[in-house]
Write a protein that binds this ligand. Structure first.
Ligand SMILES: Cc1cc2nc3c(=O)[nH]c(=O)nc-3n(C[C@H](O)[C@H](O)[C@H](O)COP(=O)(O)OP(=O)(O)OC[C@H]3O[C@@H](n4cnc5c(N)ncnc54)[C@H](O)[C@@H]3O)c2cc1C
Length: 382
């Protein structure tokens, strides 16, 4: 079996792994190996509209699903996860949201040093190169991640923003700036009509560094542990086993599902569980594989009156699709250069606000105020 020696080994070239690979190899001092289980790329991962083509595509997606339970009416809920360079950033919805400042502050208050909003803000600024009208106090202009303000406009957006104002949700120009609450146009990791995954923004610029090795189609099967210290990994490329040693550190950045799975396969986790499936316990760590939190993404379809203009679906139907494809090839603009949905984002002013508003005004009257749309069956026009 071939054995290689590096300073750092990064398992998983997703959002986190690609950034680490770039940063750890930047000064040329350390030899860095990045192992990615998925492929190098996928044609649909470069085109924003390709989101829809990858959401159920095993070529670039692990296609996990939840176990049926009471809360989901015994249904299995799909849990997509990217499986290619860039990881989930190569298949995700491209919406750029930093998160609530008070979430960071509460993590810091719980004892996580360095996580207050004041401390993470400079990192957010350095990370991005924002193309949009915003305050430099909050936004960065020269970082590797390209973020773009939506330049879409039209009656449909005006109507949504106006209706939100009527129920007390103010317009916010930059929800990643001083005030997140409100309604505003979506900011995206799209530039020049192309998806700005971490593979594009962090791996591509670092590819030629002689001290960085990027290995796709390499499934890490277990961490090598010697006297409670992780010294390397065993991985598999096209059925061939390999071993790599790390003089300094092994970084496990295989995502929220595969990282704990890899720890467990390596004997790190809950002893009873590991023993029950025949895995030798190397280190007891009760939290491994527990407390995953994810959000639901329910989709609703509505008819849109023609008075509010043409929807993407109208524009990309029949011959329209040919025109849109041609437009994309020639100008990198049009429907194929956009996210498929959600050009407007709304953040409720306070926890419970949405529930209270819907309860006091009634969902139908609230939604009727928004656009007078009519809910339609899933198979129809949206
Ligand atoms: C469909 C979808 C839509 C989303 N939309 C948005 C959005 O609009 N905005 C937003 O901010 N966030 C969105 N997210 C979430 C966001 O993309 C993720 O939170 C983020 O990419 C996770 O980064 P990560 O580094 O933890 O994992 P990932 O980016 O998933 O990277 C993990 C990588 O590790 C690899 N890997 C796994 N196991 C192994 C192994 N054993 N050996 C080697 N490699 C391995 C995987 O193939 C993958 O490439 C979305 C996610 C999905 C899936």
């Amino acid at each position: 079996m071939e054995k290689q020696i590096f300073d750092y080994i990064v398992v998983g070239a997703g959002s986190a792994g690609s950034v680490l690979a770039n940063r750890l190899s930047s000064d040329g001092k350390y030899r860095v190996l990045v192992l990615e289980a998925g492929r190098e790329s996928h044609p649909w991962s470069r085109i924003p509209i390709g989101f829809a083509k990858l959401i159920e595509n095993s070529a670039a997606n692990w296609l996990y699903s939840s176990e049926p339970d009471e809360g989901t009416g015994q249904r299995r809920i799909p849990i997509p996860r990217g499986k290619l360079l860039g990881g989930s950033s190569s298949i995700n919805g491209m919406v750029f949201v930093r998160g609530q400042s008070h979430d960071y502050d509460s993590w810091a208050q719980l004892g996580n040093r360095g996580w207050s909003y004041r401390e993470v803000l400079p990192i957010f600024r350095d990370m991005e190169s924002y193309q949009g009208d915003a305050s430099d106090e909050y936004r960065g202009r020269g970082g590797p991640l390209k973020v773009t303000e939506s330049n879409e406009s039209g009656a449909i957006y005006d109507a949504l923003i106006k209706a939100a104002g009527e129920v007390g949700i103010a317009y916010t120009k930059d929800y990643n700036g001083a005030v997140q609450d409100g309604i505003g146009m979506t900011q995206t990791t799209i530039r020049g009509g192309r998806r700005m995954s971490t593979a594009v923004c962090y791996l591509d610029p670092a590819r030629r560094r002689p001290n960085l090795t990027i290995q796709a189609n390499a499934l890490t099967e277990c961490l090598l542990i010697e006297s409670k210290r992780c010294i390397g990994v065993r991985y598999n490329v096209n059925g061939q086993p390999h071993e790599a040693r790390a003089n300094r550190e092994v970084v496990v950045s295989a995502g929220s599902i595969n990282s704990p799975q890899l720890l467990e396969l390596s004997g790190i986790g809950q002893p009873e569980l590991l023993k029950s499936v025949g895995i030798e316990v190397r280190h007891e760590l009760k939290g491994v594989g527990e407390n995953l939190r994810d959000h639901y993404s329910p989709r609703m379809k509505w008819t849109v009156p023609l008075s509010l203009g043409m929807t993407y679906n109208d524009k990309a139907r029949g011959l329209g699709l040919c025109w849109q494809a041609l437009k994309y090839v020639l100008t990198h603009k049009g429907c194929l250069a956009c996210r498929r949905r959600r050009s407007v984002l709304m953040f409720a002013p306070a926890p419970g606000w949405m529930r209270r508003t819907l309860r006091s005004r009634g969902f139908r009257s609230w939604s009727a105020r928004i656009l007078s749309w009519r809910k339609i069956p899933a198979s129809s026009r949206s």
